[in-house]
Ligand binder design. Structure first.
Ligand SMILES: Nc1ncnc2c1ncn2[C@@H]1O[C@H](COP(=O)(O)OP(=O)(O)OP(=O)(O)O)[C@@H](O)[C@H]1O
Ligand SMILES: [Mg+2]
Length: 337
């Protein structure tokens, strides 16, 4: 692909729509210092100096889409609490359109990290892993039914908090069959839920998750290919992208065409959120009508930008354009055809 074509592809992402459905959470950080041990128990006393809250889970995926100029609709559940209000504000700030279903019987999923002198001391999770209750479930599907035809691409963002469950998947897959044009369904899998992802259009596990889904240890090209083939066998998915961290990604378009996209040697600061960036970029590119290889090539640049930043960062289209100009063209190789 020529440089000019890649720049055009980045420009054409703007304004396209992606729906993200799944587990939304609040990433909360309390940062401070320690100068004594508690008299109550053998633990440090952290003096909090600053606090920040960020969109996590499905919210981070949605934020990546908005950051590239796409229109993201986030559909998720929160509790009737302060963390739920904070999430709503953060979604507004990130210019996401949302349908947040308020469930009074659950807390908003919140992960608090307490960091003292640059070290995480403890993480505190507030969550209730459980599917939606009947009333909220009905509200969800009534809403989905009313807008589903406007979205060519949907990401199911499963962080194992119960939203993506058997009952949801069965009804969702039945619903999209009835659409004027069936939307593409993309999933970043959670190992315990593999059996829910039958017949989806694209799965994006990392090597560890691919190995867990296939029941083999993945370490090199041969085992990536074997794990991929086993996942097709198990799930009958249409396409598969195994992300391999610093070793790039392997794109399976069915089991007969396998290509590898390498990464570039870059300074890596923080790999958190690279997976979210990958699925978000691919979804938006597919929504803009690109082919899967072009979509993955853009996602590889976007993930490269994000791992070079601190925290769960996102890439903007100008970051992507800069990366394309600075880096050599990726040398896509054929693993099987
Ligand atoms: N060290 C690295 N150097 C360059 N690119 C990287 C590096 N690590 C990750 N990437 C990019 O990010 C993509 C996804 O990374 P990875 O396979 O680690 O996903 P993941 O484990 O799902 O990430 P997450 O921590 O978000 O769950 C890779 O395919 C690659 O494009
Ligand atoms: Mg991941």
């Amino acid at each position: 692909m020529t440089l000019e074509k890649i720049h055009c592809a980045i420009e054409s992402l703007k304004g396209h729509k992606v729906m993200i459905i799944g587990d939304l959470m609040l990433d909360h950080y309390m940062i401070g210092g320690v100068d004594r041990i508690s008299p109550e128990a053998p633990v440090p006393v952290v003096r909090v100096e600053s606090e920040t809250s960020l969109l996590g889970g499905a919210g981070n995926v949605a934020r990546n889409i908005a950051s590239l100029g796409g229109e993201a609709l986030l559909v998720a559940t929160v509790g009737h609490d302060e963390a739920g209000d904070t999430l709503e504000e953060l979604c507004n700030e990130a210019q996401l359109t949302t349908k947040l279903i308020r469930d009074p019987s659950r807390p908003t999923t919140k992960k608090t990290r307490i960091i003292a002198s640059n070290q995480q001391v403890v993480r505190v999770d507030q969550e209730l892993v459980r599917p939606l209750q009947d009333r909220e479930f009905e509200e969800l599907f009534k809403y989905l039914q009313s807008i589903i035809n406007d979205f060519p691409v949907i990401i199911l963002s499963d962080y194992g908090k119960g939203f993506i469950c058997r009952e949801f998947i069965d009804r969702f897959m039945d619903m999209i069959k009835e659409c004027d044009r069936r939307p593409l369904v993309l999933v970043d899998p959670k190992t315990v839920n593999y059996d829910l992802y039958k017949n989806v259009d694209l799965l994006t596990p990392n090597t560890k998750e691919a190995g867990e889904g296939a029941g083999i240890l993945v370490a090199d090209r041969e085992t990536v290919i074997r794990a991929g083939e086993a996942l097709f066998e198990r799930l009958d998915c249409k396409n598969l992208l195994i992300t391999m961290g610093g070793d790039g990604m392997a794109l399976f378009e069915g089991t007969e065409s396998i290509r590898h996209i390498p990464t570039f040697a870059r300074k890596v600061f923080d790999v958190t959120g690279a997976g979210d960036t990958v699925i978000a970029t691919i979804a938006l590119a597919l929504s803009a009508g690109m082919d899967l290889l072009t979509a993955c090539t853009l996602a590889n640049y976007a993930a490269g930008v994000v791992v070079g930043q601190v925290g769960a960062a996102t890439a903007s289209s100008s970051d992507l354009n800069d990366a394309v100009d600075e880096l050599p063209e990726p040398d896509v190789s054929i693993w099987k055809e």
